[in-house]
Design a protein around this ligand. Structure first.
Ligand code: NAD
Length: 464
């Protein structure tokens, strides 16, 4: 069923909830004040920023960009690191580190998600901010790129603590945010609820401003279709890739790594389109079924507090068996959707991939070494900067609706999303085919060219 994978390289996150705040936090914050490395399995061969820089360099070399301009475009325009102190009752005060990196604003206000994860650091946020710059340019939305995060252990925090962290973080960075400056959105471990607190805190300081954040609850000015947008965009990208390979949904088996916002929506929508979901993993485990897994049934199991590990025993989960999480990558399938964290496809497991298409729902899931292995094996990789752009496209729609005090219906949002993903995919595909390069190289070339053109037209220092 699945090829063996070296389990020692698997990423293991989170863990059981600890009993006390002291037990869960233990020591004062030791976050570095400079970029640090080694976050995940792929980090052993390439840190997140090294990965993004490597992909950037390949495209920049091909475009013949001078060293000076390369430095300007590659590095972040602004990096903010702040302390976020939280009082934990008897356990005392703990200081978390919060980051906001504004990578490039040549094409418009900075745009990018906020991630809560105990191992987030400046290097990771820098990399994710740069990816956002390329992504917004590739799908041609009028934004630059940014990213933010707080290094807090979400699973060990209750709702009041999360709210306190969010408000504390916003208080420290609100001066660099704003609907014409920098517009956050949800990412790993943040959601519409967190965005509502963010909007509210920003509003207390600057007056009510719904357009300062996207991915809000619909009742507070969020857009219908935003929650599913990244997963839906992944499925639109699958349709384009399947078209070019002549792959029919009836014979398409799909494995999804990560069953959060992106993974669960991609799983639900791709099965609606006729494909069969044969494997799913999350941070608690992985399951497999040749006969197919019902993503709605699985979502209900998880929403009711069940763990993925226990899903094979759930009523109605017929033919589902547990597998080692590391084996998900190697499951026999046509489409693999990494939708968890960065660096999960690396040199030690890329050779085990059996899928014909890898659609990068996650940001930065494939290290450069793994990318080369996949390419040599003839696997079509739809890169993150294209495949998971559905979220930022609908965020753009949400922002535009907020600015006009107007709202569209879900059909209009989804149709517009589909048009934009198709257009971007075909533009990238044509370029890749004309220049005999991968979709990733073509996408990076396109994004970098558009950013440089915008910087030049504005007369930004360093571009001319
Ligand atoms: P999420 O927090 O909703 O879900 C993350 C999922 O990954 C969870 O199911 C978690 O259990 C799982 N996971 C964590 N570590 C894992 C591991 N080692 N193996 C398997 N599963 C693991 O986050 P999300 O919003 O769905 O984001 C997922 C990825 O997609 C991230 O890389 C994020 O940057 C990217 N992304 C998200 C959006 C968005 O709109 N939310 C947009 C673009 C890109």
């Amino acid at each position: 069923m699945a090829r063996r994978v070296d389990a020692s390289t698997e990423v293991v996150l989170g863990g059981e909830r600890s009993d006390t705040a002291v037990g869960r936090l233990g020591h004062p914050d030791k976050s570095p004040r400079v970029a640090n490395r080694a976050l995940h399995a792929g980090a052993a061969e390439s840190s997140s920023f090294d990965t993004v820089s490597r992909y950037f360099d390949v495209a920049a070399d091909r475009l013949g960009i001078s060293d000076g301009l390369r430095s300007v475009v590659r590095t972040a325009e602004r990096e903010v690191q702040v302390q976020v102190p939280i009082k934990f009752g008897d356990a005392g005060t703990h200081v978390f580190s919060g980051y906001r990196v504004q990578h490039n604003g040549a094409r418009g206000p900075y745009k990018g998600g906020i991630r809560y994860h105990e191992r987030i650091n400046l290097d990771e946020v820098r990399a994710l901010a740069a990816l956002m710059s390329w992504k917004t340019a590739i799908v041609d939305v009028p934004f630059g790129g940014a990213k933010g995060g707080v290094n807090c252990p979400v699973r060990d925090l209750d709702e009041a603590e999360l709210e306190s962290i969010t408000r504390g973080f916003v208080d420290k960075i609100s001066h660099v945010l704003g609907p014409t400056r920098d517009i956050p959105a949800p990412d790993v471990n943040t959601n519409a609820r967190v965005m509502a607190w963010l909007m509210d805190e920003y509003g207390k300081l600057h007056g009510d401003t719904p357009a300062v954040v996207t991915g809000k609850p619909v009742s507070l000015g969020g857009s219908v279709g935003r929650e599913a947008a990244t997963g839906r965009g992944v499925v639109y990208a699958y349709r384009e890739a399947a078209r070019s390979l002549g792959l029919h949904p009836d014979v398409t088996r799909v494995a999804v790594q990560g069953f959060g916002n992106v993974g669960s929506w991609a799983a639900r929508l791709i099965t609606q389109f006729g494909c069969r979901l044969v494997a799913v993993s999350n941070s608690s485990g992985a399951v497999h079924s040749d006969a197919g897994i019902d993503p709605d049934h699985l979502s209900r199991h998880l929403a009711d507090g069940g763990r993925l590990l226990d899903y094979p025993d759930a009523a109605g989960a017929v033919g589902v068996e547990a597998i080692a999480p590391a084996e998900l990558i190697a499951v026999d399938c046509e489409v693999l959707i990494p939708a968890a964290l960065g660096g999960t496809i690396h040199s030690a497991n890329a050779g085990c991939v059996r899928a014909r298409i890898v659609i990068e729902g996650a940001n930065n899931p494939t290290t450069p070494a793994a990318d080369q292995i996949l390419s040599d094996s003839g696997v079509l990789v739809v890169p993150d900067v294209l495949a998971n752009a559905g979220g930022v496209i609908v965020s753009y729609f949400e922002w535009a609706q907020n600015l006009q005090h107007f709202s569209w219906d879900e059909r209009e949002v989804n149709d517009r999303l589909g048009k934009r993903i198709r257009r971007a995919y075909r533009t990238v595909e044509e370029r890749a085919s004309a220049r005999h390069v991968s979709l990733r190289v073509a996408a990076y070339e396109l994004g970098i060219e558009r950013i440089i053109e915008a910087g030049r037209l504005r007369g930004h220092r360093g571009y001319t």
